[in-house]
Design a protein around this ligand. Structure first.
Ligand code: F1P
Length: 347
């Protein structure tokens, strides 16, 4: 995250340097909509970006699985800007989706990690995430680096469009600047606790992940990480969707992970936790430091420092990544090379 922010967030001058954005400034300022295309974890980063960009820039954002977008006949115009997100920059579905959109006149902005990769080359403009080479197959630091870049992107666009006040802009820049230190806090203070939680739940058969608002994409990513590296069946849902089906699964055997950090909807999440507890489900909550309610209604908690809800997805995912990692380790699995998964899905 620090490498993604370095040199791009100029706090003393209150500005964001992302030259890729400058290169398509007019297209972006006048875009009818932004369509984000990606696969897997990168798609989850896109979902977070949908919340952030719509909130800060007041432009319509759609998030598409590249693996379906390429098989539809989507209506695309030259007023559309496509953001492609990919760690490898080589994902075949994303690449084909971009080729089609480009033929129809859309402007492509690539956010990739691998310099000179195919998606970087097909893009009209873009920026690199600078997450460094990933050793493991499952995307972790690439994900948080994508979020950091997408948040810089949203802030810069909001400033250019005049949809954010100077005060809010400065506040969120400061929050972004503080994130590496807060992640460090989690790594220094929470790992032993997360290891103990991982050991306790390592034999779970299914796990449900629930979150609302900015925390919903994080629920999806937490579930995907668990599937990828521990082979435990996991599903993420919007917390309010629980009553429309998943609640039928809840019994004393089912761990339910809530992304319950402090935000505008915290009271509603508290009542969702109580509903799960009333059905004897086991609740593991990601919660904000200092929250006195959540520990009293959860079986286990993983703590993160306080952060603005717009920026918090950079932080709340970290305990979930660690939880999946240690569950995989305790199950005796090779967490860096999960079975059946490839680092670049090029066919
Ligand atoms: C997308 C992705 C990764 C996942 C795995 C398979 O790749 O789904 O999110 O962890 O490596 O591919 P990319 O387009 O971000 O390189």
């Amino acid at each position: 995250i620090a490498d993604s922010l370095r040199g791009r967030l100029v706090l003393n001058e209150q500005k964001i340097i992302l030259s890729g954005v400058d290169a398509i400034q007019d297209k972006l300022a006048n875009a009818r909509r932004i369509i984000i295309v990606a696969c897997g974890t990168s798609w989850h980063a896109g979902l977070v970006a949908e919340y952030v960009i719509e909130e800060l820039c007041r432009v319509n954002v759609e998030v598409e699985y590249a693996s379906e977008f390429r098989y539809r006949n989507p209506v695309i115009s030259s007023d559309d800007v496509i953001i492609a997100i990919s760690q490898s920059g080589e994902t075949a579905d994303t690449l084909v989706a971009l080729e089609r959109a480009k033929e129809q006149g859309a402007t492509i902005f690539g956010i990739v990690n691998v310099v000179g990769s195919s998606i970087a080359r097909i893009s009209h403009a873009g920026c690199y995430t600078h997450a460094g080479p990933e050793i493991g197959v499952a995307s972790t630091k690439a994900y948080t680096a994508q979020l950091a870049v997408l948040m810089l992107f949203a802030l810069k666009l909001a400033k250019a469009k005049g949809t954010i006040s100077d005060e809010r802009f400065n506040e969120l820049c400061q929050e972004l600047n503080d994130i590496p230190e807060k992640v460090q806090w989690v790594l220094e203070n929470e790992v032993d606790n997360i290891k103990a939680i991982a050991y306790k739940y390592k034999d779970a058969r299914d796990v449900l992940y629930l979150g609302r608002g900015y925390n919903f994409p994080t629920a999806l990513e937490g579930a995907l990480k668990l599937k990828e590296i521990s082979y435990i069946h996991a599903e993420g849902y919007p917390a309010a969707e629980m009553k429309h089906g998943p609640i039928a699964l809840v019994d004393e055997e089912l761990p339910v992970v809530f992304i319950a950090s402090k935000d505008a909807y915290h009271e509603k999440i508290v009542s969702n936790i109580q509903e799960i507890k009333a059905r004897k489900g086991m609740v593991i909550s990601v919660m904000t430091q200092g929250d006195e309610v959540t520990p009293t209604i959860s079986n286990d908690v993983m703590v993160v420092p306080e952060a603005d809800e717009v920026i918090a997805p950079l932080l709340t995912v970290v305990p979930l990544q660690l939880l999946s990692y240690y569950i995989g380790v305790y199950r005796g699995l090779d967490v860096d090379k999960p079975r059946n998964l490839a680092k670049s899905v090029t066919v």
